[in-house]
Design a protein around this ligand. Structure first.
Ligand SMILES: [Zn+2]
Length: 336
């Protein structure tokens, strides 16, 4: 027995709680759910009182299942995943400010909005498009916070070889800035043809002012600016999909180049002919997106292999050491 307001007696009365299977047709959908209700002990009429919300939730839930709409848990996942508040998420998706809150409270989105939410849940690149398009509608702090998390997700959702190698480098060095990652990628792919028989990946870098740059990686990592990228912060369980031979090779490349600062590594790549040749005719500070040809890179590193009389992986250290000394000297002369 519970005290409830009986709309027939027009006063609080003692009511008895009941449940039954309810069948209902809503917009041509036939649904079945457990309906809760009270029976007034004085007039014997059925009343819903505070159970109305539960019944709406239960019937919405059935409709949700029939139409395969996004679940409340999945919407909560989006909020958590992209570090975004309920209201900012609504605004970024071009919805009314309180829509997401309504869905979280049990209201059903339309099929169209549900599909959008599902796509966004699976695709950080798509979410970023919405985030950028509507960044004026949310605070700068909310935008930045969410963008950072989205970039991390993009990084971890990309399973190309280039990204696997890139993340392996970040993983090995624990903390590294994105300028250094770019240069180590260049040397790693450069020597791979002679030491592994094949290039690690087919992507070509561009000959930027500050050395060779893989644009896709730049787009993913530039968010970090000059800050160190903390692999643990990316907090994901990644399988790099690299063979033992590739891992052994990469470990030596990382050992050979990983202890230099980003600015020294930049100088070191400035000593290599693939970068120099790609920038022929350009001013030192002229922006360029010219491609550094992979064949030319392979040719250069093949010649280095011969010139340094290389036999084993550890011979890469001879080259990096010499290159470092040249780069240090050049840097010193430039600063005079
Ligand atoms: Zn009554």
């Amino acid at each position: 027995m519970k005290k409830e307001f009986c709309e027939f007696c027009m006063k609080d009365t003692n009511c008895k709680y009941n449940e039954r299977i309810k069948e209902e047709i809503i917009n041509n959908d036939k649904i079945k759910y457990l309906e809760k209700y009270y029976v007034c002990s004085e007039c014997n009429n059925e009343i819903y009182g505070d159970l109305l919300d539960d019944n709406i939730l239960a019937s919405n839930n059935e409709l949700r299942k029939i139409h395969n709409l996004i679940t409340i848990q999945e919407i909560e996942e989006i909020i958590e995943k992209y570090h975004i508040g309920k209201k900012p998420l609504s605004l970024v998706l071009g919805l009314g400010e309180v829509n997401i809150i309504r869905y979280l409270n049990g209201a059903n989105p339309t099929k169209e909005i549900s599909d959008l939410l599902k796509n966004i849940n699976n695709n950080p690149f798509l979410f970023e498009l919405y985030l950028d398009a509507n960044r004026d509608k949310i605070s700068a702090i909310a935008y930045k916070k969410s963008l950072g998390k989205t970039k991390q997700l993009e990084l971890t959702n990309n399973h190309s070889k280039l990204y696997n190698v890139c993340l392996y480098i970040i993983h090995k060095l624990a903390e590294i800035d994105h300028l250094s990652v770019q240069k180590i990628l260049f040397f790693a792919n450069g020597f791979s043809k002679v030491f592994l028989g094949n290039n690690l990946f087919k992507d070509c870098p561009e000959a930027w002012i500050h050395g060779p740059v893989y644009r896709e990686i730049y787009d993913s990592l530039s968010y970090y600016k000059n800050n160190k990228i903390d692999y643990n912060e990316l907090s994901f369980d990644r399988k790099f999909n690299l063979s033992n031979e590739e891992i052994n090779y990469l470990d030596v490349v990382i050992e050979s180049f990983g202890s230099y600062s980003g600015s020294i590594l930049r100088e070191m790549t400035h000593m290599t002919s693939p970068w120099i040749n790609a920038r022929l005719g350009l001013e030192t500070n002229e922006v360029s997106s010219r491609i550094i040809d992979l064949d030319e890179m392979n040719e250069y590193f093949k010649n280095i292999y011969t010139e340094y009389n290389m036999h084993e992986l550890n011979d890469i250290l001879k080259y990096s050491d010499k290159l470092f000394k040249k780069a240090r000297k050049a840097k010193f002369e430039n600063n005079k």
